[in-house]
Ligand binder design. Structure first.
Ligand SMILES: Cc1cc2nc3c(=O)[nH]c(=O)nc-3n(C[C@H](O)[C@H](O)[C@H](O)COP(=O)(O)OP(=O)(O)OC[C@H]3O[C@@H](n4cnc5c(N)ncnc54)[C@H](O)[C@@H]3O)c2cc1C
Length: 376
């Protein structure tokens, strides 16, 4: 497989599709390469009850809003339908079942190696997402734990956990929502929260929280957090009373400085208040059937769900470039020209103003910049 395209786009999730549409609109011929068999592969495998936590009006991709018939917060299945319609509407036909194993410079071109054949083009856009690979922390005794142990990315629904005592580890959006899913199904569930946290309501004074974040987008993070603190306290309630510790950094500062997204509460706090989700602290070690917490208490759990996020590191995919990645292997620049001309990244961000929205903005910026690679 060779390519006569101006650009190769790696990944057919929201970022890859948005880039394809924006770049085509800018006059570039693109080839999209996807390792899975369909578009939006990652959304197809997320847990079943997942809904967007960003609102419909701020989650559409360039050139096609989400349908007005969708609810304010579309479901995972609706997101998949939307991505399929988006690709169909703009006639984006990725090369499916094609994994790019390596991207490197080859003379004046970029070469993407695949199991089939290498593909070459003047520009390459890495749109491989941030939901891979799963991060699985380790504790002493982990190997001896005999219960069910899985990462949140392998969780689908509460059914396999009926009658079990489950510990969900991590207070991110996946952890909070999976614990809620289990609690709503009547399953005994505890949530292990190691450090201080921030919680945001999904809507504030009748408007999506994202609208507020966008409105305050140009203000410094510290100022935004200072202004919002009193109203957020009123909206969210006293989380310390529930046994949580509020982080010193406000929600906006947490996202901008640490790349940590606060819990957008869709019922987890109410379930903690009602006692259907129990709170536990940091974990010290595991035994055959129990978890020993840092406070010395030991408890039996039949299953542990690691809602501990992902650790993408793109240095293996793009090994031979200087000044492109930080020490975690994340690109220093996403959505614009990098230190390697013709190499772009889209969607490698945690944004306080909505990642899907930001992906659309990045795609347009990349398209504008990549026009330089059109044949003269
Ligand atoms: C559980 C969850 C909920 C989220 N909810 C929201 C939300 O409500 N609102 C919001 O704005 N954001 C949300 N996000 C964040 C973000 O918008 C999504 O992760 C979004 O899917 C990112 O799009 P993407 O195209 O960058 O990555 P992905 O959707 O992860 O797509 C990447 C694609 O690249 C393919 N790929 C990877 N490596 C290769 C390779 N080497 N060769 C070929 N193909 C490859 C993958 O198969 C995949 O199809 C959520 C994220 C998660 C994990």
């Amino acid at each position: 497989m060779t390519s006569n395209s101006d650009a190769i786009i790696v990944g057919a999730g929201p970022a890859g599709l948005a880039c394809a549409v924006a770049m085509r609109a800018a006059g570039l011929d693109v080839m999209v390469v996807e390792k899975a068999a369909s578009v939006g592969a990652v959304w197809r495998r997320h847990y079943e009850r997942l809904h967007l936590h960003t609102d419909r009006d701020h989650s559409g991709l360039p050139g096609m809003a989400m349908p007005g018939t969708y609810p304010a917060y579309p479901s995972r299945a609706q997101m998949v339908d939307y991505l399929e319609s988006y690709a169909a509407r703009f006639d984006i036909r990725p090369a499916f079942n094609t994994t790019v194993s390596r991207i490197r410079r080859d003379g004046g071109m970029w070469r993407a190696d695949t199991a089939q054949q290498p593909i070459s083009a003047s520009a390459v856009i890495v749109a491989t997402g941030i939901a891979d690979p799963p991060y699985r922390p380790s504790w002493p005794g982990l190997a001896s734990y005999s219960g069910l142990l899985l990462h949140s990315s392998d969780y689908r629904n509460p059914q396999p956990f009926a009658g079990k005592r489950v510990l969900v580890i991590g207070f991110g959006n996946s952890g909070g929502e999976i614990a809620l899913d289990l609690a709503n199904a009547g399953i005994e569930v505890a949530l292990a929260v190691r450090g201080p946290v921030q919680v945001l309501p999904r809507d504030l004074l009748g408007f999506p929280i994202l609208s507020w974040a966008i409105l305050q987008g140009r203000l410094p993070a510290r100022l935004v957090d200072f202004i919002n603190a009193p109203i957020l306290r009123l909206a969210v309630g006293d989380i310390e009373k529930l046994g949580l510790r509020r982080a010193g950094k406000g929600p906006r500062q947490m996202v901008e400085e640490d790349g940590r997204v606060p819990l957008i509460d869709i019922g987890t706090l109410a379930a903690i208040r009602a006692g259907t989700i129990k709170l536990r602290g940091a974990i010290d070690r595991l035994t055959a059937g129990s978890v020993v917490f840092a406070d010395g208490n030991a408890e039996r759990f039949d299953a542990i769900i690691l809602a501990t996020g992902f650790r993408p590191d793109l240095r293996r995919l793009v090994p031979d470039v200087d000044g492109v990645f930080d020490h975690h292997g994340l690109p220093r620049v996403t959505g614009g020209p990098t230190a390697a001309p013709g190499l772009y990244f889209c969607g490698q961000i945690t944004s306080p103003t909505g990642q899907l929205r930001e992906i659309g903005i990045e795609a347009r910026r990349i398209a504008e910049s990549a026009k330089a690679y059109l044949p003269k």
